[in-house]
Design a protein around this ligand. Sequence first.
Ligand code: PLP
Length: 294
Amino acid sequence: TWVYLNGEFVPKAKAVVSVFDHGFLYGDGIFEGIRCYSGNIFCLKEHIVRLFESAKSIMLDIPLTPEEMEAVVVETVEKNGLPDSYIRLVVSRGEGDLGLDPRNCKQASVIVIVEELSIFPQQFYDEGLEIVTVATRRNVPDALNPKIKSLNYLNNVLVRIEATRAGVFEALMLNHEGYVCEGSGDNVFIVKNGKVFTPPTYVGALEGITRNIVIELCRELQIPCEEVPFTRHDVYVADEVFLTGTAAEMIPVVNVDGRLIGSGKPGPMTAKLTQAFRRLTVQRGTKVPGFFST
Ligand code: PLP
């Protein structure tokens, strides 16, 4: 594995940053997770836009232009020779001193990691997931805005710990008012009477790129889809529930807090949207030239 680290490609073992990097000391930084499907980097432009918006919001200067950043991602995928891969893009505040003041960090650290894909077990997609809701609350926009994909993932880690302790793989966070927000690393959708619903980001959710694609697919397929706040009750009585995320794509959920969802099997709406989503992943993307030479 070759890691892009501040302008250089270094082997995995040598890809290290300083213990004084504020990404490490304070979670001061931002990131993106991106997928490459058969040499097409899916929604690369959208991910770069979100990265730069996160950076702007936390006043972090990325020392590359969006175009340069895009080129670096393409080059790192190519260099690793992995047409089907998961890409992690990290920009941290960089090396500073022990104080919080980001002005002491002279240069942001830019890191691109490309790894072989570790796909979730097929069983998740075939049989659907059992999940729970947890006590860890999602922060809402008056705290650390959930639209910023920051390196502060402690809440999300706590959710995964709660999920593991409950014997399941993923869990849903609620906000302080009890509205359902999202999973530890996925957005959530419910289906009721032929309509699709997902929480608006203001309740406390990342504006997921997969989420946006699903909303767009609903429009194309003329399936009614709305962003509305909903509670656990609405999830329990939904006909279908599914999660969306770059790594997971779309995963059906068949049990929430011990309540069977619908028939307890992945439903037809989830299947239809998943099919449309899969079709799109090989159509829409930034081509990595090395994988398409004739
Ligand atoms: N919610 C959180 C907290 C996430 O970390 C992610 C993963 O990126 C998502 C949702 C899904 O977003 P996307 O579809 O852009 O990967």
